[in-house]
Design a protein around this ligand. Sequence first.
Ligand SMILES: Cc1cc2nc3c(=O)[nH]c(=O)nc-3n(C[C@H](O)[C@H](O)[C@H](O)COP(=O)(O)O)c2cc1C
Length: 217
Amino acid sequence: MTENTPNGKMILEHLNWRYATKAFDAGKKVSDEDWETLENALLLAPSSFGIQPYKFIVVTDPAIREKLKPAAWGQTQVTDSSHLVVFAYKKTLSDADIDHYVERIVEVRGAPRESLAEYEGAMKNAAKQSVEGGTVETWNSRQAYIALGFLLETAALLKIDATPMEGFDAVQFNEILGLEDYSAVVICAVGYRNAEADYLADAAKVRFPREELIQRI
Ligand SMILES: Cc1cc2nc3c(=O)[nH]c(=O)nc-3n(C[C@H](O)[C@H](O)[C@H](O)COP(=O)(O)O)c2cc1C
């Protein structure tokens, strides 16, 4: 542990503070500095092989958010939060996607491409199998949810509210956002709670007892 390591008590206090906010304060915006931290948390999320088969669409344009709201069951978080992140996964994986990633490793780490041949082969094989087996969309969308977890936790640590949401029509979202090779899978509204307007702001957390969820063997 270094002096910069957050302590457990503090982390848990923040995680207990967070909740899936229903009512955001439309007048309160996340600062540029905090937003950059949150974007970095998205970028730092791990993914299978590191392939990053997703993109994060940050929607701040009020007109677009008004269009998205009816496609999200009219949920007010879509328009009232400071930022709305749409997590979109790649609908397929090709050799070109793997090449793109391998080239990035070479660029960042300065490794010769040949030294990555085995890794490249393993990734191309896994990608091919998932495409042929019809599981690629599930695989890729799972990776997007890891990034969602990173965003939720980082926001909580900054005392910024964030609501993960699956209550929306992906087909309509894709159409409004012009997504073709990607598909929206989950969204996250980020901002500051309007505690007075939110019946859940002071509600106790509902979680099963530890023994029910954690098995020790
Ligand atoms: C994948 C996912 C989808 C969710 N979809 C919605 C949603 O569409 N609208 C909403 O208000 N809350 C949504 N929630 C919030 C959950 O209801 C909430 O996280 C859960 O009840 C636990 O409460 P807490 O997050 O406040 O601790 C979603 C949560 C997750 C993880």
